[in-house]
Design a protein around this ligand. Structure first.
Ligand SMILES: Nc1ncnc2c1ncn2[C@@H]1O[C@H](COP(=O)(O)OP(=O)(O)OP(=O)(O)O)[C@@H](O)[C@H]1O
Ligand SMILES: [Mg+2]
Length: 345
């Protein structure tokens, strides 16, 4: 397959801060690459370099077949960019915002108008199209911003945290719009802090931390790398947490992961059923009645936490169909998730 974006050894320093320490990427045409990383990892810096807004200190890249350093103009003609902060002109209407871009792109006034009408329709903004953008909600601004980046029908799209701050409904709507672009052949590089978003949208993922790629693969590959299944124990009372942590630490070679908010402790299920049995026995001895005791497949959250030591801004709890589907009840969950494991094979 043709490669739409390649990057080799991108490095960038701001003063004495090394923001990128050698980023390599390769994105096949017509696919979505999800770039994940904690705050300050270098995601926006990478996007800005690939979009020709910033020069790298070292390294080379091609976008849509053009060399970033030698053919920046061609690169610019073949990309769309929506930044981390929606860049719409507040005092213009939605329609005027899009038309203006068409005019700036030399589409001609008539074609710019037609394209604006088409995009407003596609992004559900026809009714609001003649209102000033300052009256738009956050979700509408994001949609307008994305629409504006598509005026020239660019084959490569950079989306820097396109759905940050949106509620779930708006996020799902935007995901649909992004998928439509990819279905029609567009290549997308998307940064996000919502792991659920990467899981749902991305064909492949790179995890960046401190300006380096620390892992890459498909969402499933990454989940497998971190270890298929986890034993997860929740308690109703936070007072019981230390005992649960000790119990799980005793049955697993890995350090238990603790979520204080949900009073949940989890470990990778390296020893299979024996681990489950010892954990259950250990809790029983201590007189702890878990609120939930379940086995579930690793989620992208686990991957992110294991790799970066930080939790992502995961949407796991507000979306159905994530890795938690197996976590119904103790015994059922075990057999359930075993069956699920076999399905893809
Ligand atoms: N113009 C700048 N001058 C100095 N330092 C900068 C500049 N832009 C970014 N940095 C630093 O470079 C590092 C990478 O920043 P970048 O914006 O690429 O991170 P990010 O992964 O996009 O983070 P976030 O998730 O918060 O958007 C950070 O430590 C940041 O403080
Ligand atoms: Mg950023």
């Amino acid at each position: 397959m043709e490669t739409a974006i390649t990057a080799e050894g991108l490095r960038k320093r701001y003063g004495d801060h090394q923001a990128l320490s050698g980023i390599d990427l390769s994105v096949p045409a017509g696919t979505i690459l999800g770039v994940l990383g904690p705050n300050g990892a270098g995601k926006t810096t990478t996007v800005r370099i690939l979009a020709t807004l910033l020069e790298p200190d070292e390294g080379r890249a091609t976008v849509a077949g053009y060399d970033l350093a030698k053919q920046p103009l061609q690169v610019r003609r073949n990309i769309g960019l929506t930044g981390q902060y929606a860049a719409v002109d507040e005092r213009l209407t939605g329609r005027e915002n899009i038309e203006l871009i068409g005019v700036l792109l030399h589409l001609g006034r008539r074609a710019a108008k037609a394209r604006a009408a088409e995009l407003l329709e596609q992004f559900g903004l026809t009714d609001a199209g003649d209102r000033m953008a300052k009256t738009y909600s956050g979700g509408m601004r994001r949609r307008l911003d994305l629409a504006a980046s598509l005026v020239a029908r660019p084959p490569v799209l950079f989306l820097d945290e396109p759905t940050t701050g949106l509620d779930l409904t708006s996020r799902l709507a935007l995901w649909g719009m992004i998928r439509e672009q990819v279905d029609s052949g567009t290549t997308v590089l998307l940064t996000t802090q919502y792991l659920e978003e990467a899981d749902q949208l991305a064909d492949s993922i790179v995890v960046i931390d401190n300006g380096r790629v620390i892992a890459d693969g498909t969402p499933d590959e990454l989940k497998r790398k971190v270890g298929g299944e986890r034993l997860e124990v929740s308690v109703a009372d936070a007072v019981d947490l230390p005992a649960v942590i000790r119990t799980l630490a005793a049955v697993s070679p890995a350090v238990p992961v603790v979520d204080d908010e949900t009073r949940t402790v989890s470990v990778p299920l390296t020893g299979g059923v024996a681990t489950i049995a010892s954990a259950a026995a250990g809790l029983e001895t201590l007189g702890i009645e878990p609120e939930d005791f379940a086995v579930r497949r690793s989620s992208l959250d686990d991957v992110f936490l294991a790799l970066t030591g930080q939790t992502g801004r995961a949407a796991a709890s507000d979306t159905a169909g994530d890795g938690k589907e197996a976590g119904q009840g103790p015994v059922a969950a075990v057999s359930n998730s075993k069956q699920k494991e076999k399905e893809p094979a």
